[in-house]
Design a protein around this ligand. Sequence first.
Ligand SMILES: [Zn+2]
Length: 340
Amino acid sequence: MNNKRFIETSFPVKEVSVESAREKNIRHGHISTLHIWWARRPLASSRATAYAALIPAPKDTEEWDKRRQFIIDLSKWENSLNPVLIEKARKDILEANGGKPLNVLDPFAGGGAIPLEALRLGCETYAGEYNPVAVLILKCTLEYPQKYGKVLKEDERWEELERENQSKNPLLEDVKKWGNLVLEEAKKEIGRFYPEEKDGSIPVGYIWARTIPCQNPSCSAEIPLMRQFWLAKKENKKVALKPFVSNGKVEFEIVENPDFDPAKGTVKGAVARCLVCGSTVDANTTRKLFQEGKASQRMVAVVLHHPKKKGKTYRIATEKDLEVYKEAEKYLEEKRAKLM
Ligand SMILES: [Zn+2]
């Protein structure tokens, strides 16, 4: 008996790879936003390989062609919840196995992509992991949505949720509620380290540069070591830090659609270039300055986000930002001492 599986004879590697790569840019609704996992497989390739491993090899080229196209369509992110395709995939797998649901075991399940797709394809799925973080991710990916994602009649909130909105998901409501509670508690404790701007934006990041002193004795300006000056480099949004020299010191301004090449920074392979006098510091000297503790750091810019707006904005860091940062640093030290 020929028990070869489809994947043993052929697989649309190129097309599924394209779908897998495309998935990297999808965030909303993707399990990658649940928690980072280092080598989480793309859902596209997990779904396509699981399916191709569970159906028999094609009988002829016509069937091969049809199956191949089906695998490509099935692997697309947009079809993750497509009832027609998913139902067909489940049916194919059941039929190929005499109508009995298959058991799939992933003993090193990590970020959960493979067991999630096996579940989607209707298999009895088991996922194992040694790492407790991965186990929690797996529970949240595979178990809890099935267990708590539906309103049950015995749930005391059932009537209320039913009345409000049929499609309300109790798990989602709980995550929102408790997530918000954690956020509010955190705000009470550390909110002061995120002072609001006049327009309501808050700082979400700081851009720092390590610095070394220029080795030209008649200059000794502070050289900010920056590999490049881009802050945002998207099709529709190009923002960069533009350095300029003022009173023998390197300063920055923030520019949109820069008229210079921000890809060229002040340091490359540990060779640094002084923007004040133009001299360079060779790689060995740069390293030595770090080893001898003569390097420093400087807060250059602040990344801001408005809670009601999309995207980020930027401004040059001020003394005030540095003060807030130092206060936060001090608070963290105290907190750490308390916890230790
Ligand atoms: Zn210099």
